[in-house]
Design a protein around this ligand. Structure first.
Ligand SMILES: Nc1ncnc2c1ncn2[C@@H]1O[C@H](COP(=O)(O)OP(=O)(O)OP(=O)(O)O)[C@@H](O)[C@H]1O
Length: 240
């Protein structure tokens, strides 16, 4: 099944065309990585999927529903959004952050919420003792894990990740990558993952989307991209 589809999406900020006739789709359970130079439109594209940005023309569909006419609050509850160094509510404990969506959706049983939070912490490789801490009392890597736990608690079938591991050291980054792949496989989440790191893009993605100046240059499996780079830019990018 198709989870996300962009159809001829165009977006400008003032004179600058940031997305230029972008079309692609992401299947259920697929892990799509997105790579391209700074400013090429990656974040703008990602934010369209949960309705934080609207296209000037074209359409974005999530699970067949046009985001332009969807109930955005309901939509965002189905989509986890994990961004570097942001995204957690600073005034809420880790537990409250994780159970935020279930609670606002009406699940008020405290014990049940606590239990779920602890289970999810374990699942993302965190100790139960962090449940009562605040986000700024956690390391960057721990915060990312909490962000993922929160998306899982919301039973988000779709996870949008904008350079989630960009600020992490190599070792933590690697273990987070492994963990994410394991969870994604197990829970069959659909993931769109922006990165600046081509190794990360090739390692994590079932397919890799390469962008340049608001256009898709290539969208293919890591193997095909390596074998048949669409142009010099992709060739240089993947020459490692
Ligand atoms: N709300 C906005 N208003 C005006 N310009 C914007 C806005 N959001 C983004 N831009 C501009 O649009 C372009 C694309 O931004 P975007 O954040 O999508 O790029 P990106 O590929 O994610 O970059 P990076 O890799 O540096 O995060 C940039 O030139 C940016 O300055």
């Amino acid at each position: 099944m198709e989870m996300i589809r962009l159809e001829h999406v165009t977006k400008s900020f003032g004179e600058q065309k940031v997305l230029d006739d972008v079309s692609f789709s992401v299947g259920e359970g697929e892990f799509l990585t997105v790579i391209g130079r700074s400013g090429c439109g990656k974040t703008t594209m990602l934010r369209m999927i949960n309705g934080l940005q609207t296209p000037d023309s074209g359409h974005v569909y999530v699970e067949g529903q046009d985001v332009g006419t969807a109930d955005l609050i309901a939509l965002r509850r189905r989509i986890g959004y994990v961004i570097q160094n942001k995204g957690l509510f600073p005034h809420m404990t880790v537990e409250k952050n994780i159970t935020y969506v279930p609670v606002i959706s009406g699940r008020k049983n405290r014990e049940e919420n606590r239990e779920q939070a602890l289970k999810l912490l374990k699942l993302v490789g965190l100790d139960a003792s962090v449940a009562d801490r605040y986000p700024d009392e956690l390391s960057g890597g721990q915060q990312q894990r909490v962000g993922i736990a929160r998306a899982l608690a919301a039973k988000a079938g779709i996870l949008l990740m904008d350079e989630p591991f960009g600020a992490l050291d190599e070792i933590t980054k690697r273990s987070m990558q492994e963990e994410l792949l394991r969870l994604q496989n197990r829970l069959r989440m659909t993931v769109v993952f922006i990165t600046h790191d081509i190794r990360e893009a090739m390692k994590l993605g079932d397919r890799v989307l390469v962008m340049e100046e608001g256009k898709i240059i290539q969208l293919d499996t890591p193997e095909q991209i390596r074998k048949h780079p669409a142009d010099r830019f992709v060739e240089e990018l993947t020459a490692f």
